[in-house]
Design a protein around this ligand. Sequence first.
Ligand code: FES
Length: 104
Amino acid sequence: MATVTYIDKSGNVYQAEVEDGVTLMEGAVHSSVPGIDAECGGACVCATCHIYIDEEWQATVGRPNEIESMTLEEVDGIKPSSRLACQIAMSSELDGLVVHVANE
Ligand code: FES
């Protein structure tokens, strides 16, 4: 179990307790975080779960793999900190993670 802080485009803060193995996308959907629509259900094709990893967590979370990078290249607003929330499974080492929602 890990605590995740999601910050939306308006600066509203949402905290969720996410179980190990559950993705950041699923944690956001269960907590009704706006801007995480997850239209493809986690298949890494829609990018409606686009997030930015907070600077201090980027090294711990790591970079996207090749398939995730290809999907991210199709979205507006991509940054070095961009990730797809459906591709990050929670674990205790990510307890306290802070992410910023990219979409409205
Ligand atoms: S939910 Fe579609 S890419 Fe993440």
